[in-house]
Design a protein around this ligand. Structure first.
Ligand code: FCB
Length: 467
C-alpha cells in the first residue's frame, strides 16, 4: 500500500443511514462455504519483543530510529497479544469469525544458526492448536515484513542467500506445524517489502534505490517459489499460496498519455508481482517505467517463481489517480471531493471488483482467491462503552457487494478477511491509525468491539443458523 498518502478527512459520499452490513439475500457471501475471517500480523500485535529468545527484527531497528514512525511508536508492546492470546481468541470466536489469518514472527522461532527456538515455536503451536479446537480455519503467513535483523545485516532481500534461508524457515515451520494450518501464505505483500522497504525507504529496512527494489522483489518471489514445494512436501493436506496487495489506477484525463500513466501504475503495482507468479515473466513495461532497473535473474528462476498455487490472497484498500509526468513515468493527482479514510486513502469498492474481473481475464491459470485483507482506519473513540464506527460499516458493506459482484462475473473467490481483528501497530503510522473492528486502549490493553464487529457477528450468526 502507499502507506504515505496524504491525510484528508472528506467523507462526502458516506451514507450514515445504511448501518447494517448484512448483505442482501442473493449475495454469495451467504454461502456457507464462503469463509469469513479476521486478519492480523505478528509484529503489529504481539509485543514481547525480547521475550523467550526472540531476536531483533528489521522493524525493531527501524522503529527505534527517530522520525521513521509517527510519534516514535514501536512494536515493543503493541497489543500484548503474546500474553493475551487466549482472551484474544475468545474475542475472535465471540464475534463468530470462522477463520483467522495470522503471521509467524521469523525472529521468534529460529536462532541465528537456523536452529529452532522451542519457546517461540510452542507459542504458535498453542495458538494454532486452540484455534483448531475452536473449529476455526487457520491461514498462516510466513513473512509479514519482520525479517530477522541478522539476515538484514547480511544484505537482507538484496542477498540471494536469503532465498535458501527462507526455504529453511518454511521447512522448519511446515514440519513443526503440519496439521495445525489450513492454508500457508509464503509472503505478505511483496510489493510493500520491495518498494517501500528498498525502493523509497518508507518501511524497514529503509533503503531507497529503484535497483534495490527490483532485486529485492526478485529474491522475495524466488524465496516464495522455493518454499512452495517444501510446504507441499511437509504438509500435503494444506493449501499453499501467497498474498499480494493490488491497487487500482485511474487516469486524470482521457488523454492517451494519462491512460498510459494509469496502465503503468497498475503494471508496477499488480503485474510486477502477478506476472512472474502466473506467467513466469516480468512485465516489459516495468522497464519502460523504471529504465535500467532489471534485476539479476538466473536461469531457472522464472520457472521456480511460477510454482503452481492453490490460492492467491488479495489485499485491497484504495484507488490512485495518476497523470503522465511528461516523460516515461506517472505522477499521482489526488482526486478532490471523494470519500477518504483516516489514512487519506480513497474509498473505492469498484476498484476491487474491476481488478478481480480483470485478473480473471488476464490470467487463465488464476488460482482460487481469498480476500486476505480489506478494511479501513478511522479515528475511533470509545464513548459510553461504545464505538460507533459508521464509516467502517458502510465501507465493509460496499466491499462485500464488490466481492459478490466479482463472484457473479465468474471470479472464484472463496473467502474474505477483514483487516484487522483489532487496532494495532500500523507500521510507519504507529498506533494513531485504527484499522480494527475491535478497539484497543493502549494504556489499559482493554478491548472494545466496535459497532462493525457487532454487526459482523450478527450476520455470521444469522448465516450459521440458516439451513
Ligand atoms: C497492508 C498490510 C497490513 C496493514 C494494512 C493496513 O498493507 O499488509 O499489515 O498494515 O495494510
Amino acid at each position: 500500500m502507499a502507506h504515505d498518502a496524504a491525510f484528508s478527512s472528506s467523507h462526502s459520499s458516506f451514507d450514515p443511514s445504511s448501518e447494517a452490513l448484512t448483505p442482501p439475500g442473493d449475495s454469495s457471501l451467504w454461502r456457507k462455504d464462503f469463509l469469513l475471517g479476521a486478519a492480523t500480523a505478528a509484529y503489529q500485535i504481539e509485543g514481547a519483543a525480547t521475550e523467550d529468545g526472540r531476536l531483533a527484527s528489521i522493524w525493531d531497528t527501524f522503529s527505534a530510529i527517530p522520525g521513521k514512525v509517527l510519534a516514535g511508536d514501536t512494536g515493543a508492546v503493541a497489543c500484548d497479544h503474546y500474553h493475551r492470546w487466549e482472551s484474544d481468541l475468545d474475542l475472535l470466536t465471540s464475534l463468530n469469525f470462522e477463520a483467522y489469518r495470522l503471521s509467524i514472527a521469523w525472529p521468534r522461532v529460529m536462532d541465528e544458526a537456523g536452529r529452532p527456538n522451542r519457546k517461540g515455536l510452542d507459542f504458535y503451536k498453542r495458538l494454532l492448536g486452540t484455534l483448531k479446537d475452536k473449529g476455526l480455519q487457520t491461514f498462516v503467513t510466513l513473512y509479514h515484513w519482520d525479517l530477522p535483523q541478522h539476515l538484514e545485516d547480511r544484505g537482507g532481500w538484496l542477498n540471494r542467500d536469503i532465498v535458501y534461508r527462507f526455504a529453511d524457515y518454511a521447512d522448519l515451520m511446515s514440519r513443526e506445524l503440519a496439521g495445525h494450518v489450513d492454508a500457508w501464505a509464503t509472503l505478505n505483500e511483496p510489493w510493500c517489502s520491495a518498494f517501500l522497504g528498498y525502493g523509497n525507504g518508507h518501511h524497514a529496512p529503509g533503503l531507497a534505490d529503484g535497483r534495490f527494489a527490483t532485486q529485492a522483489m526478485h529474491h522475495l518471489l524466488l524465496a516464495h517459489g522455493m518454499a512452495v514445494p517444501v510446504l507441499r512436501a511437509n504438509d500435503p493436506a494444506s493449501k499453499k499460496g501467497i498474498v499480494a496487495n493490488i491497487g487500482r489506477g485511474s487516469a486524470n484525463s482521457s488523454s492517451a498519455a494519462d491512460g498510459r500513466a494509469a496502465h503503468l501504475f497498475e503494471v508496477q503495482h499488480n503485474a510486477w508481482v502477478l506476472d512472474p507468479l502466473l506467467k513466469g515473466e516480468y512485465p516489459q513495461d516495468l522497464w519502460h517505467l523504471w529504465p535500467g532497473t532489471e534485476p539479476l535473474v538466473l536461469e531457472g528462476d522464472p520457472k521456480t517463481i511460477a510454482a503452481p498455487l492453490d490460492f492467491l490472497g488479495i489485499n485491497y484498500y484504495f484507488r490512485t489517480n495518476v497523470e503522465s509526468d511528461g516523460g516515461h513515468g506517472m505522477v499521482e493527482v489526488p482526486l478532490e471531493g471523494v470519500e477518504r479514510t483516516q489514512m487519506g486513502w480513497e474509498v473505492y469498492p469498484d476498484g476491487l471488483r474491476d481488478l478481480l474481473i480483470g485478473f480473471n481475464r488476464t490470467y487463465p491459470n488464476l488460482p482460487p482467491i481469498y480476500i486476505t485483507e480489506n478494511g479501513m482506519a478511522s479515528d475511533d473513540q470509545v464513548i459510553d462503552g461504545q464505538v460507533n464506527d459508521l464509516q467502517r460499516i458502510a465501507f465493509l458493506k460496499r466491499h462485500f457487494a464488490a466481492v459478490d459482484a466479482a463472484i457473479k462475473e465468474g471470479v472464484d473467490i472463496r473467502g474474505y478477511f477483514v483487516w484487522s481483528l483489532m487496532d494495532n501497530f500500523e507500521w510507519a503510522f504507529g498506533y494513531e491509525r485504527r484499522f480494527g473492528v475491535v478497539h484497543v486502549d493502549y494504556d489499559t490493553q482493554r478491548r472494545t468491539p466496535k459497532r462493525s464487529a457487532q454487526l459482523i457477528a450478527k450476520f455470521l450468526s444469522e448465516r450459521a443458523a440458516k439451513a
